[in-house]
Design a protein around this ligand. Structure first.
Ligand code: SF4
Ligand code: SF4
Ligand code: FES
Length: 250
C-alpha cells in the first residue's frame, strides 16, 4: 500500500435516539488496522467519538464493529485488506442497542449466559479425589474455549438480527457454550430440554454465517450446534435412545 494514501471513512455517530454517518479523511500508512484509524480520527478530528477497545491484539473481544457491512474486530482488520478505492464504512454491531457511536449494549449476552445450567461434575473417579479422562474427550471441547466473547456471531445471526428472537433464542455463542458443557467428559447436567424448549436451537437453520465471522475460527455450526441438534433429536424423537438415556442418567 502507498504509505501516503488518503482514505475516506464513513463512521456512524449517534446514540439510542438515532444518528447518521459522518465523513472523515486521513492518511493511512502501511500496517495500520481500522482501530488505528478510528483512534487517529478520535485524536485529530473527533475527540468525542466513542469506541470500545482494550487489547488491540484480537483477544479481548471489545472492538467488535461492522466494517463495510461485515462484522469484524477493528483491531484485526488491516487497512490493506479493504478495497483501496472505496470509502471505508465503520458502524456499530447492528443487533445490539446503541449506547453511543461505535459502542453497543451487549448485556443481553451476559443475561443469556446466566440462564444456562452450570458445570456439574460427576463424583471423583479415584480415591485421591481426581478424575480420569480421555484426551480425545478433552480435545473435542478445547476449541470452544478459544471464544473471546466478541459477540460477532450473535450480531450476524439472522434469528437475532432480523427476527429479534432474543427472548426465545440464545444465539450461536451460547449454543456453543452449552455444547462445551454438554460434551465435557465430567459433566452430568442435562441441558437438552432447555436447548429445545427455552433456548431455541430449532431456530438455527445452519446457515453458518456465525462460523464465517468468528475471529477465532471456531467451528461453531459443525462442531457445536449440529451435534447439539442431533442430541436433541435423539433425546426427544428417537424412542430407543430415549429409553437408553433414561437408564444411563444422561
Ligand atoms: S448457523 Fe444458526 S446460529 Fe449460526 S448464524 Fe446461522 S442460524 Fe444463526
Ligand atoms: S464464538 Fe467466535 S464470534 Fe462468537 S463470540 Fe466467540 S469468538 Fe466471537
Ligand atoms: S481491542 Fe481487543 S479484540 Fe480488538
Amino acid at each position: 500500500m502507498d504509505p501516503s494514501r488518503r482514505v475516506q471513512f464513513r463512521i456512524w455517530r449517534g446514540d439510542k435516539n438515532g444518528g447518521a454517518f459522518q465523513n472523515y479523511e486521513m492518511n493511512v500508512s502501511e500496517g495500520m488496522v481500522v482501530l488505528d484509524c478510528v483512534h487517529r480520527i478520535q485524536a485529530e478530528q473527533a475527540p468525542d467519538l466513542a469506541c470500545r477497545w482494550n487489547c488491540k491484539a484480537g483477544k479481548c473481544g471489545s472492538c467488535s464493529a461492522e466494517i463495510n457491512g461485515k462484522p469484524c474486530l477493528m483491531c484485526m482488520t488491516r487497512m490493506d485488506t479493504l478495497p483501496p478505492d472505496q470509502v471505508v464504512t465503520v458502524e456499530p454491531m447492528r443487533s445490539f442497542p446503541s449506547i453511543r457511536d461505535l459502542v453497543t449494549d451487549v448485556s443481553w449476552n451476559f443475561r443469556v449466559k446466566k440462564k444456562i445450567k452450570p458445570f456439574k461434575p460427576r463424583k471423583p473417579d479415584n480415591a485421591d479425589g481426581s478424575w480420569t479422562m480421555f484426551q480425545e474427550d478433552i480435545d473435542r471441547v478445547q476449541e470452544f474455549r478459544k471464544c473471546i466473547e466478541c459477540f460477532l456471531c450473535q450480531d450476524v445471526c439472522h434469528v437475532v438480527r432480523d427476527h429479534h428472537k432474543e427472548e426465545e433464542f440464545i444465539g450461536p455463542r451460547f449454543l456453543m457454550y452449552t455444547a462445551a458443557l454438554e460434551m465435557h467428559p465430567l459433566d452430568t447436567e442435562d441441558r437438552l430440554a432447555d436447548l429445545k424448549d427455552r433456548d431455541g436451537i430449532g431456530y438455527c437453520n445452519i446457515t453458518k454465517c456465525c462460523t464465517k465471522v468468528c475471529p477465532e475460527h471456531i467451528g461453531i455450526t459443525d462442531n457445536a450446534i449440529i451435534p447439539m441438534k442431533e442430541r436433541v433429536v435423539d433425546q426427544f424423537y428417537d424412542p430407543l435412545t430415549r429409553l437408553f438415556r433414561m437408564f444411563k442418567g444422561k
